[in-house]
Design a binder for this molecule. Structure first.
Ligand code: GAP
Length: 457
């Protein structure tokens, strides 16, 4: 694993927590795993789902200039000729003449094989797309590729969306889906894998307004991470040099996150100009013009593309949320996940396994499950159970005790401060809904009181 950046969590701790608590497992682990492929466990799938939902909500649901799409992974092979991926989506590789391992030229520190010290071949271009065959015959006529980006599914549907939604410029199409790259250098856990998920926006604008929209989306996307709790100082914007620019890009900024191994790309925002629509119009022979009814002009729109990785976002949210606090003789490990991202929103913890308590707690569990992902836990001491929930980022724990049976009240304990309030069970659902949307813990419902901790004056 790469070296830890100063002041940041050790990647090993994140990997170990993810493994131990069921966020992320190595793929096909019982067969020894498959290099750079990962499976999201019961908590991981919730976290990932919540990240995707937060993105979709911000970029589709809450806007009137965006719509969604879900294109297929396998596409006509001409798509990749038109997009430039067949020609350009390559890495120069050298091969060791002794051990036959292949290396990216840009990763090499000297002229010999980093593994065995053997002599290396001259660099050859290696395409990163996974190739497969459609239908029963494995010949060149049936070759298709697993898409290396979701973007192309949007470009080839531009006219379909225009015709069916009557959207006018500027507008965007959003898509979340799997992408595949036969990466040579993988590693750093889920940071770079061969199968991953992207959340991509293709925002179509009138040429000449592209600079304005490029700046707008860069800021908008940066704010999205900050609004979901990532520390601003852990994020930076980095402009691509002319040499780094992808073949389709006029300008590009990366939103970098300070990962354990150092600053690395979390999301890229590119001004793709008219490259993609011009290419697809030319290769397909279909017009991809836009007709502006006001000015009566025909033109090809420019495209601003904010392209984020679901897995990299998951890793960034985990790293940023991870914390350790002294707790008597032990250490309290906790994830300060934003409530909308936390896999489990509420845990129900009966103080004992006494039948009467279990019954009341299970009733509450059944009731709250209608609204949120809720866990029920009655194993071990209450202290240990709190720690288990802290470690997976559950914002609120509800304790049902013997007094609850008499006064119909339960305790809500907040993860970050460990403060507690006591509220009538009849007010629990509305109180939790308010707290999960950001209301301060000590704002009390009718009949509620502070149980532990001090209200800020
Ligand atoms: N359509 C533009 C595009 O695909 P990219 O910079 O190659 O641009 C966009 O990828 C985002 O997809 C990256 O910022 C990253 O979050 C994610 N990504 C790319 N390759 C990845 C990989 N091998 N593993 C995990 N995420 C990856």
């Amino acid at each position: 694993m790469s070296k830890q950046a100063p002041g940041k969590v050790d990647m090993e701790k994140i990997v170990s927590l993810c493994r131990r608590r069921g966020f992320i497992f190595p793929s096909s682990e019982i067969y020894g795993g498959l290099s750079s492929c990962w499976d999201y466990g019961p908590l991981g799938v919730e976290l990932k789902q919540n990240i995707k939902q937060a993105w979709w909500r911000a970029v589709v649901q809450e806007r009137d200039d965006m719509i969604g799409l879900d294109a297929s992974i396998l596409m006509h092979p001409q798509v990749w000729a038109a997009s430039g991926h067949l020609e350009e989506f390559t890495d120069p590789l050298v091969e060791c003449k002794t051990c036959h391992l292949r290396w990216r030229v840009e990763d090499l520190k000297d002229s010999n094989c980093p593994s065995c010290g053997g002599e290396l071949t001259e660099p050859r271009l290696f395409n990163l797309m996974f190739k497969t065959f459609i239908g029963p015959v494995e010949d060149s006529a049936s070759v298709v590729y697993l898409r290396p980006e979701t973007a192309q599914g949007i470009f080839v549907n531009f006219q379909n969306v225009l015709n069916t939604t009557r959207k006018r410029l500027p507008f965007g199409i959003a898509q979340i889906g799997k992408a595949f790259r036969n990466e040579i250098t993988t590693g750093n856990f889920i940071f770079r894998s061969r199968e991953f998920e992207q959340m991509e926006i293709e925002f179509f604008v009138k040429p000449g307004t592209d600079q304005k929209w490029f700046a707008y989306w860069t800021q908008e996307r940066l704010n999205w991470y900050v609004n979901l709790g990532i520390k601003r100082e852990s994020l930076r914007l980095r402009q691509h040099t002319q040499k780094e620019l992808a073949h389709y890009a006029r300008e590009c900024y990366d939103i970098d996150y300070l990962f354990p191994m150092g600053w690395s790309e979390l999301e890229g925002i590119a001004n793709r100009g008219d490259f993609d629509l011009v290419q697809h119009a030319s290769y397909s022979g279909k017009s991809l013009d836009y007709f502006d009814e006001e000015t009566k002009e025909h033109f090809i729109p420019y495209i601003i593309e904010p392209s984020a990785g679901v897995d990299r976002s998951t890793l960034a949210f985990l790293c940023d949320a991870y914390d350790e606090e002294p707790d008597k003789d032990e250490i309290r490990v906790l994830l300060h996940l934003h409530p909308s991202l936390a896999p489990i929103k509420v845990a129900i913890l009966p103080l004992s396994r006494r039948e009467s308590l279990v019954q009341a707690a299970k009733q509450l569990y059944a009731d709250l499950r209608q609204c949120w992902m809720v866990q029920y836990d009655d194993a071990q001491s209450i202290g240990r159970r709190y720690r288990r929930q802290d470690e997976i980022g559950t914002p609120f724990c509800i304790t049902v005790d013997f007094q609850s049976l008499e006064d119909n009240q339960a305790t809500i304990r907040e993860r970050d401060t460990m403060n507690q309030i006591r509220v009538p069970i009849s007010e629990l659902k509305t109180t939790l809904a308010a707290k999960l949307s950001g209301e301060e813990l000590f704002v009390l419902p009718p009949g509620g009181k502070i149980w532990k901790g001090e209200s800020p004056a």
